[in-house]
Every structure is written in structure tokens, then in C-alpha cells.
Write a protein that binds this ligand. Structure first.
Ligand SMILES: [Mn+2]
Length: 445
């Protein structure tokens, strides 16, 4: 896939990410890095050669220096810190190694190319008192950069920014932005609600039990939060149950009013693909939602598609003390955004095998979780919500005749409303807390 390229005067960096500066020696990479980044963010191959041999130009130390460049980049990203690699990176294979390191840490790599005209690069190098590498070296690096330039957009960078003149280099500004999952500034209090699966009556009862006030027409509900608390819907609002539109309207009204956050569950993800007109099997209760939506005005499906598109796969809240994701999340993925992170949030971790009911076998990530953040999730219908290593699954199988459960945060109190009846027979029995983790109840697409 081709990375977007830009010559804009502003470069946007998602945090954390790996910034790869690309340019011939002497073109001004280190000055650029010093101007825009903290000294601790910049990993310079020259500086590491000097740390190893006292000589930043010692070519015998190049392999060792890059071993450290890669290790430091990886370590910084693993701590959620932005890293800037200040090396020439004019060869495609050198850049791809860095892209690979970013991917291993579920981070994006952004290339900033200092592509000044050759004559200007040579002049800039000559002006470096005592540190000039000479015109032949500049020409050699410049030829390499040019040879690999066409590949840059296809090396896996999330964006490639090219600065082609001294004016562009001097005029560019850098803006950092947290990823959408980073809501560390939101401290609650929250009422986190497990898988609703179309059980709109139980959702109304639970919201009222939690102190929310519901008024208005069922097709245009108004939900007030008189105590200033915020609901977090863990996803899977739809499928299997009797009234997905009713459940969605409550969630949509609350999100719109700023009184709720809502995550994407695997069932919303599948519904989104169905609404986009893609071929999706109407299994695992999706048929019920599709029938219910057919009775709604056509505009509701459009509204719903836009709503799901605006949702995210997980949030880090309360200064990093709370993580919410539909199917849970291992610590390494907290606050990150990648295809792997998204898939984990939707489906959890499976090992590719099937159980005696023909369903994917789920791996018990919570059993080995040792993170500091509490992780609250749903997805796995369970007979009772129980803490395991600072994680808790609050999907108590309402649609299967269990209960709809909320966790009040930071109080850590559970509030549950029993299901009025069994709406859908489970494919396999609900797990008790003492059981092995149950099979994933939904197939991946
Ligand atoms: Mn689910």
C-alpha cells in the first residue's frame, strides 16, 4: 500500500510513533532533530558511535552503533515514548528494518525526508567545521537516496514527508497528537456496561438502576446523567436479542450528548461490513438485527453506519489506570493502534483450534496478565463477573438468560439486572468462574 506523501508545512505525528529522518550526511538532520524534538527522543547513530569508540565517525563501530539504534528505538516505543532515528537511512533495507521495529511495537513509522538539491547538500556539509564528510561521500549517499526514493512510499511508513528546500526545512512545524484511544485525561466516574445484544428492556432497567433518567419517545430517547457519571458501552449492543435498534438508540443518544463512550464489538464490526454492502453471513444472531433494522426508517441504517464508524476499539482512561476493550487487551497493546490490536479488541486471543462445539478455542490472556491497569471487558459470556489479575469480564450473558451487568468505576461495584427470559440458546453452556475460559462464541470473518 502506498503511504500518503505530503509537502505540507505541518507534519502531524501520532504519539507514540517512530520518526525516521532520511537524508545525506551534513544535510541538517541533527539540527532538525534538535529543533523539533527533545534530546532524549533523538537516537543518533553518530552519537552512539561516539559512545562506543569516542569517535562519531568510526566506521568500525557502525554495526554496533546500529544494534543500539534498533534496541533503543524498540525500548522507547515499548514504553510508549516517541523515538526519532537520526541516521542517513538512505537505503531501503535500513528503513525497512526500522519500520519492522515500529510494527513489532504496534506503532506507526513516519519518514521525514530531507531531500535538498545535491549542490546545497554539499555546501552545507562543507560548512560543518571539522565534521565535513566531503563531496564524494555526499554524492554517493545522494545517489542511493535517489535510487530508493520511489520505494519509500511502499516500505510500510504511515506517512512520508519530503522537504525539498532550505525554506521548507526551516518553515515546517511539527504537531503531535495523541491516538484516539488515549483518553488518559478522562478520570470518570464511569458505569461500564457489558454485552447488551439487543436486550433493550434490560438496558433501560440497568441505566435506571445506575441512576440515569430516561425520557422521551423510544425512537428518540433522552437519557440524563444527573450524577455526572459517564457510561462506557463495551460493544456488542446488537445481534441475537429482541431489540437492537432500541439498545442502539439509547447508546447513540448518550454518546451524542457526551454522556457515554462506546466501543466496537465484533458484532458491530460485522454489522458495519453488512451495512457497507459487503458479503457477510447472517449468522451468530446478525439475521435478527437485519430483520429489526428493516422495520426502521432507511435513514436509521445510515445514522448507524456513521455511528459505528465514529467508534474506536479500546480506550486508556484515568491516567492509564483503566483500559476498556470489548474482548480485553494484553498490556503490550494498551494505547496502541494497529490491525493486530484491533483484532485482539474484537475477538480476544484464539489459537486457531476448534472445540467440541466447533467454535474457536480462546486463549486465556487474563490468566497471565500482570499489567498495572485494570482491564474491563466483555465478549466472553460468563456466569458471574470475577476479577482475575486486575481484569474482569462483565458479559454475564443477558441474551442467553443471564444478566446485564455494569461495573461502577472507581467504586468497583457490580450492578446487575436479570434477563427477563432466554432470548437465544447458547451454542455451549456459559462458563462458571472456575471453568477453563470458554470458547469464543463468534467466528472471525
Ligand atoms: Mn463479542
Amino acid at each position: 500500500m502506498r503511504a500518503p506523501t505530503s509537502d505540507l508545512r505541518e507534519i502531524l505525528l501520532p504519539e507514540p510513533c517512530l520518526v525516521v529522518l532520511v537524508g545525506v550526511p551534513g544535510v541538517g538532520k541533527s539540527s532538525f532533530a534538535a529543533r523539533h524534538f527533545r534530546p532524549t527522543e533523538v537516537i543518533s547513530s553518530d552519537h552512539l558511535r561516539a559512545l562506543i569508540t569516542d569517535d562519531e565517525r568510526a566506521q568500525t563501530a557502525t554495526a554496533d552503533a546500529f544494534e543500539l539504534v534498533h534496541l533503543l528505538a524498540s525500548k522507547r516505543l515499548s514504553h510508549g515514548r516517541l523515538a526519532v532515528v537520526d541516521a542517513t537511512s538512505v537505503r531501503s533495507e535500513d528503513r525497512q528494518k526500522l519500520v519492522h521495529i515500529a510494527r513489532e511495537r504496534e506503532c506507526r513509522a513516519i519518514a521525514i525526508v530531507l531531500d535538498l538539491p545535491l549542490a546545497e547538500a554539499i555546501a552545507r556539509d562543507r560548512a560543518r567545521e571539522g565534521r565535513s564528510v566531503g563531496a564524494p561521500a555526499i554524492e554517493r549517499h545522494h545517489a542511493r537516496l535517489r535510487a530508493g526514493a520511489a520505494r519509500l512510499a511502499h516500505e510500510g511508513f504511515a506517512a512520508v514527508h519530503v522537504l525539498r528546500s532550505a525554506d521548507e526545512l526551516a518553515g515546517v512545524t511539527i504537531r503531535r497528537a495523541p491516538l484516539p484511544c488515549d483518553r488518559r485525561g478522562e478520570r470518570g466516574p464511569f458505569d461500564i456496561i457489558g454485552d447488551v445484544h439487543g436486550c433493550a428492556d434490560e438496558l433501560r432497567a440497568l441505566l435506571i438502576a445506575l441512576g440515569y433518567r430516561i425520557s422521551g419517545d423510544p425512537t428518540a430517547p433522552v437519557v440524563e446523567s444527573p450524577h455526572g457519571r459517564k457510561v462506557i458501552f463495551l460493544g456488542d449492543l446488537v445481534d441475537r436479542g429482541p431489540d437492537a435498534p432500541g439498545a442502539l438508540r439509547l447508546a447513540m443518544a448518550m454518546v451524542r450528548a457526551g454522556d457515554a463512550l462506546c466501543l466496537v464489538g465484533n458484532h458491530e464490526d460485522k454489522l458495519r461490513r453488512h451495512l457497507q454492502g459487503r458479503a457477510v453471513k447472517l449468522t451468530h444472531g446478525l439475521a435478527a438485527t437485519v430483520e429489526q433494522l428493516a422495520r426502521e426508517p432507511a435513514s436509521f441504517a445510515d445514522e448507524l453506519a456513521a455511528f459505528i464508524d465514529g467508534l474506536f476499539h479500546h480506550y486508556v482512561l484515568d491516567d492509564g489506570r483503566l483500559v476498556v476493550a470489548h474482548a480485553g487487551l494484553i498490556e503490550r497493546y494498551h494505547g496502541r493502534s494497529s490491525g493486530r490490536v484491533r483484532a485482539f479488541c474484537y475477538y480476544g486471543e484464539t489459537n486457531g483450534e476448534r472445540d467440541e462445539y466447533g467454535l474457536p478455542v480462546r486463549l486465556d490472556w487474563a490468566a497471565t496478565y500482570s499489567g498495572a491497569a485494570r482491564v474491563v471487558y466483555g465478549h466472553t459470556p460468563t456466569a458471574s463477573a470475577t476479577w482475575v489479575n486486575r481484569t474482569i469480564c462483565i458479559d454475564t450473558g443477558c441474551v442467553f438468560g443471564g444478566a446485564l451487568t455494569a461495573l461502577r468505576y472507581p467504586e468497583l461495584e457490580l450492578v446487575a439486572v436479570p434477563a427477563a427470559r432466554v432470548y437465544y440458546e447458547p451454542t455451549r453452556p456459559l462458563a462458571r468462574a472456575s471453568d477453563q475460559p470458554p470458547a469464543a462464541e463468534d467466528e472471525r470473518p
